[in-house]
Design a protein around this ligand. Sequence first.
Ligand SMILES: Cc1ncc(COP(=O)(O)O)c(C=O)c1O
Length: 289
Amino acid sequence: MPLPTCYLNGEYLPLAQARVSPLDRAFLFADAVYEVLPVYAGRPFRLREHFDRLARSLNSIRMQPPLTHAAWADVCGELAARNGGGDLYLYVQVTRGAEFGRNHAWPENLQPTIFAYATALEPLAAEILERGVAAVTAQDIRWARRDIKSTALLANVLLKKLALDRGAYETLLLDRGYLTEGSSTTVHVVADGVIRTPPNSHRILPGTTRDVVTDLAARHGMPNAATQVTEAQLRAADEIWLAFSTRGVLPVTRLDGAPVGSGLPGPMFRRMHAAFEAYVRELADKPVL
Ligand SMILES: Cc1ncc(COP(=O)(O)O)c(C=O)c1O
């Protein structure tokens, strides 16, 4: 498959021709932040929320957003169009830029590197919605500012690999006996008819899909609460869901080899999944900003 068209520092070009300096601080220090946002039928989903979060990540690392939301919307729209429209996901990264010297404390006035590209979003296998996915648990070994969507993802990478090594889809992370999130997902836990997810804090990434779940729960009268979830509550849950941009919500039906609830996607999941799909359709003709 030919590599798609990407965006690099103001230009659209074939990804195969894109070049960045090995002195870029993203390469040397992972001194960069990113976003991943879905595009449904050519329309970027929750664009404002993704670029609000990018701005927060940038501010947290003492950078300013290099583009306005309107300019980001143009880049996303252009990338979607140049890559065939349809269902895609966009990866957007802003780095602190390149400098000669490899100074931990960066010099001021660096030129940020801005990179974005699109990938086709393959349809979800029907089996996943029918049977759910497996997850395992592990200690959350990441740093103390998980609210920053940093490209420094080595811990997440190792934790995700652990899941695949064990034939599972995701690793759910525990920090001092409490659920934080998945290695690349927000986790929602259903018990006694209430959807619970840990509150936003420095301990987790504030998920954009989580906010969609919260909005849809309110709209459809499904009890929803941002509260701490203990390991015992996680293991006793009736349902566990993963929420993340590229797939919306997915049901976890096995945890560390044991069935979650009935061992099949639960009724609350089915309602939320239907609500999510209807919401995507409802937005189809709405402006992206
Ligand atoms: C660590 C982590 N938590 C949560 C999420 C979910 O965030 P979002 O719903 O905005 O994709 C992600 C997404 O990649 C993530 O990497």
